[in-house]
Design a protein around this ligand. Structure first.
Ligand code: PMP
Length: 359
C-alpha cells in the first residue's frame, strides 16, 4: 500500500453493546450506549413501515438515481434533482467529495478537533491535510481562510462540530464564503443541523445561488433516527453534484434505506419530538455537570463533551458499570469524554455512573 494509506489513523467506532455485555457478564438490556450520537427514540414508525414494504423488493437493485427520495428532498428544500448526491450515510458523501476533488499534490483544510472523517478522506486520496488550530474548541474561520493554499481544493467545516459540539453562526459562515476562492469547494457538514435552537438557525441551502463552490452535507442518521440504515445527501451546484455522481458507486444506498429515508423526511412530528427530547436531556446532563463542578463545552448537537481528568480511566470505570461513552483522545483531547444525549433514564444512568467513577 502507498505510504499515505499506511499513515492513516483508523477510525475508532464505539464498542458494540453485545461485546460489552459479554465482557462484563451483564444482560444486554442493562447496557446504556451513549457513544455514537444516535437518536434514542429509535426509528420512527413511518420509516419502519416503509422499510418493511421495501424489503419485498429486495431481489431487485435499488434505484441508483434515488429518484423518489431526491424528489422528496426537492419538495422540502426547493432544489433540483441535478443538485443532489445521495450517499451511504453522509460519511459516503464526504468521501465522494474527496474522491472527486482531491488527489496527490492537492490539499484540504480542516480544523483541529473537527470530525475525524475529514483527515481520513483526505489522506485516503493521498492529498495533504492542513489542520488549523481550533479557537475555543471550535472552528477559527479567519485562520481557516488564511490557511487556504494554492493547491487547496476542499475546506471541511462541521457545524455543529463533532466531537466538541461547537457552533458557528450563519453570518460568520457567509462572511467566510465571501473570502474563499471559487476553485475551492466548501463542504459544510450539517449532520446535526436539525438540533439547532431557534435562534441559531440559518439557511445555507439559500446561499447556493451565490456560492457555486458550496456543498451542504446532511444525514438521516441523527435527528431522523436512521443511523443503522445509512443515508446522507449533499446539496450543491449541479456541476459539483455531477462530478460526484460520476465517482460514487452506482447502487450505493439500499432500497430499504431509501424507502425509510423518504418516509422519515416527511415525519415532522418525529423530528420535533427528537429535538425536544434532546433539549431536555441536554439540560439534565449539563445541570449534573454543573452540580459536580465539571467543565463542559456548550453543545449545539445531540452530545456534549465534558472534562473529567484521566478520561481513559474514567471511561473504563463507566464501562464497568455498563455505560458506553466516547473517549476522544484520538481528537487530541485526552482529558475529555463525549456523551450522547439519551432518554431521561439513560442520562440518569450515565450521571450516576459518572458520579461513581469520579468519587
Ligand atoms: N459528520 C459529522 C460531523 C458526524 O458527527 C457524523 C457522524 N458521526 C457524520 C458526518 C457521518 O454520519 P453518517 O455517515 O451516519 O451520516
Amino acid at each position: 500500500a502507498p505510504s499515505y494509506i499506511r499513515s492513516i489513523m483508523p477510525y475508532q467506532p464505539g464498542k458494540p453493546i453485545s461485546e460489552l455485555a459479554r465482557e462484563m457478564g451483564m444482560p444486554e438490556a442493562s447496557i446504556v450506549k451513549l457513544a455514537s450520537n444516535e437518536n434514542p427514540l429509535g426509528m420512527s414508525a413511518a420509516a419502519r413501515e416503509a422499510a418493511g414494504r421495501a424489503l419485498a423488493e429486495g431481489a431487485r437493485y435499488p434505484d441508483g438515481s434515488a429518484f423518489a427520495f431526491k424528489a422528496a428532498l426537492c419538495r422540502k428544500f426547493g432544489v433540483r434533482q441535478e443538485q443532489l448526491v445521495v450517499g451511504n450515510g453522509s460519511n459516503d458523501v464526504l468521501e465522494i467529495a474527496a474522491q472527486a476533488f482531491l488527489a496527490p499534490g492537492l490539499s484540504a483544510v480542516y480544523a483541529q478537533h473537527a470530525f475525524a472523517v475529514y483527515p481520513l478522506a483526505t489522506n485516503a486520496r493521498g492529498a495533504r491535510g492542513i489542520e488549523v488550530p481550533a479557537k475555543n474548541f471550535g472552528h477559527d474561520l479567519d485562520a481557516m481562510a488564511a490557511a487556504i493554499a494554492a493547491d487547496t481544493r476542499i475546506v471541511f467545516i462541521a457545524n455543529p462540530n463533532n466531537p466538541t459540539g461547537t457552533f458557528v453562526p450563519g453570518t460568520q459562515l457567509e462572511a467566510f464564503l465571501q473570502k474563499v476562492p471559487r476553485d475551492v469547494l466548501v463542504v459544510l457538514d450539517e449532520a446535526y443541523t436539525e438540533y439547532l435552537a431557534e435562534d441559531q438557525r440559518y439557511d445555507a441551502i439559500a446561499w447556493l445561488d451565490r456560492f457555486p463552490n458550496l456543498l451542504v452535507s446532511r444525514t438521516l442518521s441523527k435527528a431522523y433516527g436512521l443511523a443503522g440504515l445509512r443515508v446522507g445527501y449533499a446539496i450543491a451546484h449541479p456541476d459539483v453534484a455531477d462530478l460526484m455522481n460520476r465517482v460514487r458507486q452506482p447502487f450505493n444506498v439500499s432500497n430499504i434505506a431509501l424507502a425509510a429515508a423518504e418516509a422519515a423526511l416527511a415525519d415532522d412530528e418525529y423530528l420535533a419530538r427528537s429535538a425536544d427530547i434532546n433539549r431536555r436531556g441536554m439540560a439534565q446532563v449539563t445541570a449534573a455537570f454543573a452540580a459536580m463542578g465539571l467543565e463542559w463545552i456548550p453543545s449545539a448537537g445531540n452530545f456534549v463533551t465534558v472534562k473529567v481528568g484521566d478520561a481513559a480511566a474514567v471511561n473504563q470505570a463507566l464501562l464497568r458499570q455498563g455505560v458506553i461513552v466516547r473517549p476522544i483522545g484520538g481528537y487530541g483531547m485526552p482529558h475529555w469524554l463525549r456523551v450522547s444525549i439519551g432518554l431521561p433514564e439513560e442520562n440518569a444512568r450515565f450521571i450516576e455512573a459518572l458520579q461513581q467513577a469520579l468519587a
